[in-house]
Design a protein around this ligand. Structure first.
Ligand code: PLP
Length: 369
């Protein structure tokens, strides 16, 4: 079991009780709105935390690459949505996995669908990817001609079973306040309405699946949605806090970093903890970038509330520089540990390749094989 005094290098710690509370809360939101809860596992990426979801009754999951799908299939998950447009070069591995689990694939063009149908040997559920305003991938959700063409082509192979539509409102991350997040959700639901009506008239029951962490954390409007796929909420992070989608108490990850030097003349503290640990993701705060928010570790591996007067203001590969008030810096000592709430927990977990939980369990994230 890890003890605070044994931490000698940057160590990512997950507060199990906070993460479990985050899972319970989102499962409750899904239940209240009668939605399928298909959490995205790209944030925690480990079988250990996957089990915490199982304990909440979750049976369907989302992943962001095929290696992750294989990993979670090996850990007993048998209904997995690969929520990235199909990579047709990966057809052999898709066929192998689809022989063992219900694999749900996402696509948005006829050419890939035709190639898929030519090479698919096992049944896969297919979701059409829609663009509801993010502008990353998907058919614009009002382009009925393209959607109809895909529906027509989908019916031509018994291996491609059309199941519904997916979208991801990643533009909620550009919102400046919670009202803007709610407005994005509202606009999306409005934009989807004609397609909903069209499918209803066809008499086909399909699933409408969306839901990023910011909107699922704060919105009450799910009209027309059947499924949600948030992922980041399991740990949250300082970015979600800045968006207003979580409180600081809900943030379930912190990096414990050794203090290397204290520079009293410039009120700065040098830590071991840089881009290889956190990623380079930053947030603007008072027109300056910040790379994390400072907390103080406790002996039981938990941490206190973020400090108003100190932030991680710059990082290079392994170094991190914290700037704080004179009063705070005065009491920091080389050799002590400082906790940092990361800006983007998904990337920090990916950089670290694993984490330790507050009750001493070690999680290693999925590995490609
Ligand atoms: N679905 C898709 C397709 C995504 O790309 C993502 C995140 O990138 C999610 C769901 C989960 O959203 P969030 O990271 O906001 O929890």
């Amino acid at each position: 079991m890890l003890r605070l005094q044994d931490v000698v290098s940057p160590t990512l710690v997950v507060d199990e009780s906070k993460a479990r509370a985050n899972i319970q809360r989102m499962a409750h939101i899904a239940k209240t709105h009668q939605l399928i809860f298909r959490p995205h596992f790209k944030t925690h990426q480990s079988a250990l935390v996957g089990n915490w979801f199982k304990e909440e009754g979750v049976t369907k999951i989302t992943v962001s690459n095929l290696e992750m799908a294989y990993y979670f299939a090996q850990h007993g998950w048998n209904d997995i949505t690969l929520a990235i447009p199909i990579n047709i070069r990966d057809l052999a591995r898709i066929n192998r996995l689809a022989a063992h689990i219900k694999l749900n694939l996402v696509l948005d063009d006829l050419e890939t669908l035709a190639q898929l149908q030519a090479g698919l040997e096992k049944r896969c559920s297919i979701y059409i990817k829609l663009d509801t305003g993010y502008g990353r991938a998907g058919i614009p959700c009002n382009d009925m001609a393209k959607i109809k063409a895909l529906l027509h082509q989908l019916a031509k192979s018994q291996h491609t079973v059309f199941e519904g539509f997916v979208w991801h409102d990643g533009h909620t991350y550009q919102a400046h306040n919670t009202n803007q997040i709610r407005a994005i959700r509202h606009t999306t639901l409005e934009r989807l309405q004609p397609l909903k009506t069209f499918m209803k008239e066809l008499g086909t029951q399909v699933i409408f699946s969306g839901g990023d962490t910011p909107s699922c954390s704060i919105c009450d409007d799910y009209a027309g949605m059947d499924e949600i796929r948030p992922g980041n909420f399991v740990f949250y992070d300082w970015m979600q806090h800045s968006l207003g989608s979580c409180t600081s108490k809900q943030i379930a990850v912190a990096m414990f970093c050794p203090v290397l030097r204290v520079y009293h003349d410039r009120n700065q503290v040098l830590i071991h903890g840089g881009a290889v640990h956190f990623s380079k993701e930053s947030l603007q705060s008072d027109s300056k970038p910040i790379y994390g928010k400072i907390v103080l570790p406790k002996p039981d591996l938990t941490w206190g509330e973020p400090l108003e007067m100190a932030s991680l203001i710059s990082i290079s590969q392994e170094h991190g520089l914290i700037e704080g008030s004179e009063e705070w810096v005065k009491n920091v000592k080389a050799g002590q540990l400082i906790g940092v709430l990361p800006v983007h927990s998904c990337l920090t977990v990916a950089c670290m390749g694993g984490y330790t939980t507050t009750d001493g369990q070690k999680a290693v994230i999925y590995k490609a094989d």
